[in-house]
Each structure stands twice: as structure tokens, then as C-alpha cells.
Design a protein around this ligand. Structure first.
Ligand SMILES: C[S@@+](CC[C@H](N)C(=O)[O-])C[C@H]1O[C@@H](n2cnc3c(N)ncnc32)[C@H](O)[C@@H]1O
Length: 253
């Protein structure tokens, strides 16, 4: 669990400072030196715990930044306000490990091209954020019905406000793994590598034969996509498209 590792690494840095102070090895040192020792200790502990490299940088910067920001004299209420705001946006990211970032316009256009020509049906966006995919698609395809499921309260609230006049958009707050995926001809996902194995298992269990799972950027493990759309945007977004096989062919996958 990355968060527990991060907490353990920070505590290890603090423990190192306490140990050095108590043992008398340090003598009289300025606060910034204690902070530097804590940061290096936390970073070393993160390396030892096998944390990913970007955590090392976070551990090196964390306590020095605390010290620096502490000098600015910002009233504590601002920290609380920012914490509440970020919690409402990122909510269960510490557990799902899927942060909020939005599909861009070019990607929405590419998804629209995939929908064009298909019979009118239902599309589910698993982790719909601010409905930035569903709202433009719903305008383009009035005969389709769009459902978005989002766990984080603030993006969901914003999505509801922005889509309030779109009758073919339905938005729910909750966990998309708790929803039955069997009713949807197309499922769109823009998540992270972490849940993709679970997404694969649920898709093969519940989605109907012939329905399509489109995954933005993160392929399903051990599954060859039917085709991959390369979007002409600056980050060369890849849309991995999987047509769900018949139940017979799914066995053994
Ligand atoms: C990368 S954003 C994508 C937003 C939107 N689909 C788009 O493409 O612009 C992924 C969203 O999935 C949400 N999410 C992650 N796991 C979830 C879960 N199990 N149930 C519901 N929402 C989830 C996150 O809160 C985040 O807002």
C-alpha cells in the first residue's frame, strides 16, 4: 500500500532525527539541518521500502517545503480549506489510485468517430469526472443514452450542474465496480494502470458479446485490442478498443 509506505518513510526520517539528537551525535545544529536529515532519512527509507522513484522526490521535498511554507505566515484556515477542496476533488484516489484528469477535445472527437455508424444504444463512462466526455457526446448523439459514474463529490456535482439540461445524460455518484455493465453497448474508461485487471475481469464477466470497451491510454492486461486509435493530440493518446467476444470464446481468457 503506497500510502502506508509513505507514512512509514516519513516516520523513519523523524525517528532518525530523534535518534541522532538523543545520542548527542549531532550537537547544536540549526533547524534546517534537522529538516534536511529528516528528508534524506525519509527518502532512504522509501528506497529501502521499494517505493516508486517519484516518491523519493516527494520525500526529499516534503519537510523542506513544510519549513519554507511555515515561514510565510499563512493563516491555518487556508490549509484546512485547501485540504477540504482537494479531498472533495480527489476523494478516494488514495484507495483507487485513479486521480482526476480529463479527456481532451481531440480524444472526445475520436470517441465520437467510433460511435458514428453504430446503432443507437447506451454508453457508460466509468469514472466520469466532470462528464467532459459525456456532455459533448450527448449533444452529438441525441438518440444515445449516456451514464456516468463518479466517486468524487466535487467533479460529480460539477458534472450534474453542467449536464442539467441534457436529458440523455444520467450521472450517479458511487463506485462503478458496483454497477452492472451488461446494459451498455459501449464502455469508456480513462483510469490508470492499477484497476485495469479488475476492469478486464468485470468486462468479460458482464458485458454483452459485441459490445465495446474503449480504454484511454491504459490497455487491459493480457488482452490484444481489436484496434488502437492514435489520437492526433500532443500526448499521442491511444484508445484501446476491445470488442467483447461471445460467452463461449470468453472461457479460458
Ligand atoms: C482520469 S478521470 C477521467 C474522467 C473522465 N472520464 C474523462 O475522461 O474526462 C478518472 C475518474 O475516475 C474516478 N474513479 C476512479 N475509480 C472509481 C470508482 N471505482 N468508481 C467511480 N469513480 C472512480 C476518479 O475519481 C476520477 O474522477
Amino acid at each position: 500500500m503506497p500510502l502506508l509506505k509513505a507514512l512509514a518513510a516519513q516516520l523513519a526520517g523523524v525517528a532518525l532525527v530523534f535518534f541522532l539528537l538523543r545520542s548527542g551525535l549531532l550537537g547544536a545544529v540549526p533547524p534546517w539541518a534537522l529538516i534536511a536529515i529528516q528528508a534524506v532519512g525519509a527518502c532512504a527509507a522509501a528506497v529501502a521500502l521499494g517505493s516508486e522513484r517519484w516518491w523519493w522526490v516527494i520525500h526529499l521535498c516534503f519537510s523542506p517545503l513544510l519549513l519554507a511554507v511555515g515561514q510565510l505566515g499563512i493563516p491555518p484556515g487556508w490549509y484546512l480549506g485547501l485540504f477540504v477542496l482537494l479531498s472533495l476533488v480527489y476523494w478516494s484516489t488514495f484507495r483507487t489510485r485513479v486521480p482526476l484528469f480529463l479527456s481532451n477535445h481531440a480524444t472526445v472527437e475520436a470517441v465520437a468517430a467510433l460511435l458514428a455508424g453504430r446503432p443507437e444504444a447506451r454508453l457508460l463512462d466509468i469514472g466520469s469526472g466532470t462528464a467532459s466526455v459525456l456532455r459533448p457526446l450527448a449533444r452529438r448523439f441525441p438518440g444515445w443514452r449516456f451514464l456516468g459514474i463518479e466517486s468524487a463529490p466535487l467533479p460529480h456535482l460539477l458534472a450534474c450542474l453542467l449536464a442539467r439540461k441534457q436529458a440523455n445524460v444520467q450521472l450517479r455518484r458511487g463506485d462503478f465496480f458496483a454497477q452492472d455493465w451488461g446494459d451498455y453497448a459501449v464502455i469508456y474508461a480513462f483510469l490508470s494502470p492499477v484497476p485495469m485487471q479488475r476492469v478486464r475481469e468485470k468486462a468479460l464477466l458482464e458485458m454483452r458479446a459485441g459490445s465495446v470497451l474503449i480504454s484511454n491510454s491504459f490497455p487491459l492486461p493480457e488482452t490484444v485490442p481489436d484496434h488502437v486509435v492514435e489520437v492526433a493530440d500532443s500526448r499521442r493518446t491511444h484508445l484501446y478498443c476491445y470488442t467483447i467476444p461471445s460467452r463461449k470464446k470468453r472461457k479460458g481468457r
